[in-house]
Design a binder for this molecule. Structure first.
Ligand code: GTP
Ligand code: MG
Length: 138
């Protein structure tokens, strides 16, 4: 079955929402293939967010992702990549639809940093690349 990388970002872990995110993934019928609490490094984040290198928010995004542990999850299921992005909702939590993780639980911006609780891979190529970064043994 298809696999995706989900991250419960430091804001989500800090607020005690890891279980809620895992619950929604499992309730939808996806399988948890791997789960690990990771304190990210600058090297890992520079690779993970390579597409955003050079954007004005890149520095604050990396700094935010270094502010505490992240729960890294590999979720598996039919069309899980698109399906998890649908569960997550729009990037900006102030406009994400109710019923989605970001819409129900996300808050506004904290300074320069958008705190939107979760990450989900956006394509099969991204998923393979990101799973390799966060779970080198998998
Ligand atoms: P991810 O699942 O986290 O990749 O979110 P996304 O695919 O919905 O958004 P995108 O890949 O475009 O951006 C990655 C992350 O960078 C977002 O989740 C935000 O945390 C952050 N981000 C994106 N756009 C902005 C922005 O305009 N300003 C700030 N401060 N952060 C942003
Ligand atoms: Mg993205």
């Amino acid at each position: 079955a298809e696999r995706t990388l989900v991250l419960v970002k430091p804001d989500g872990v800090r607020r005690g929402l890891s279980g809620e995110v895992l619950r929604r993934i499992e309730a939808k019928g996806y399988r948890l293939a791997a789960v690990q609490l990771v304190h990210a490094t600058p090297e890992l984040l520079t690779q993970h967010y390579a597409e955003h290198a050079g954007k004005p928010f890149f520095g604050s995004l990396v700094e935010f992702m270094l502010s505490g542990p992240t729960l890294a999850v590999v979720a598996e299921g039919v069309r899980v990549i698109e399906g998890f992005r649908s569960l997550a909702g729009a990037t900006d939590p102030t406009t994400a639809a109710p019923g989605t993780i970001r819409g129900d639980l996300g808050r506004a911006w904290d300074g320069a940093v958008m705190q939107n609780i979760v990450h989900g891979s956006d394509s099969p190529e991204s998923a393979a690349r990101e799973i390799g970064l966060w779970f080198p043994g998998l």
